[in-house]
Design a protein. Structure first.
Length: 180
């Protein structure tokens, strides 16, 4: 279990990155260490293709490296990183619309039997793949990344009510798809 969120941590990290030199390199390494798993998982959920998810993952951290010095701290660092990930994944997905199923290790639900878990994962991935992209993005940010409705609204630049609506519709559609 992770430690409670410290709001000053992200702003302090961003300030160290803006400082330059060895402090900048150490802070960027901390950003990568802290966010690489979440970025890769979100990229996988959005692209539905393992190779594209890896490309997005790398492109996101390049964008972060280039843009961190200009990060103003008006939003949380994690919100900014998720926004970059969603934007790059959407751009990648538009270039390559036909995705392949993700490998079993990505977003695997917990369960006692690996065979059952793998079967559930394939069914969940297929059902999520049939969701409209706006619903899939909101569901991935909420259920996989654990963001709040407000944070999702900030990441996507949409009203919080739209997040609630998309999430409700995504859950409803996902239930129907899984019942097939």
């Amino acid at each position: 279990m992770s430690a409670p969120y410290d709001p000053g941590w992200e702003s302090g990290l961003a300030a160290r990155v803006r400082g330059g030199g060895a402090a900048r390199e150490a802070a960027f390494a901390e950003v990568v260490q802290t966010f690489q798993a979440q970025v890769h998982q979100l990229a996988g959920m959005l692209t539905r293709d393992a190779a594209e998810a890896e490309d997005v993952h790398q492109e996101v951290f390049l964008a972060i490296l280039r843009g961190l010095s200009g990060f103003r701290g008006e939003a949380r660092l994690s919100t900014w990183i998720y926004r970059i990930t969603v934007r790059i994944a959407a751009r990648t997905r538009a270039r390559h619309p036909a995705g392949e199923p993700l490998p079993e290790g990505l977003a695997a639900p917990a369960g006692p039997d690996p065979a059952v878990r793998g079967e559930e994962l394939r069914a969940l991935q297929a059902a999520m793949g049939r969701l409209a992209e706006p619903q899939r993005i909101v569901l991935a940010l909420f259920a996989v990344e654990g963001l709040s409705h407000r944070e999702i609204a900030d990441v996507l630049g949409i009203p919080e009510g739209t997040v609630w609506s998309r999430l409700h519709n995504a859950r409803k559609r996902l239930r129907r798809e899984l019942a097939r």
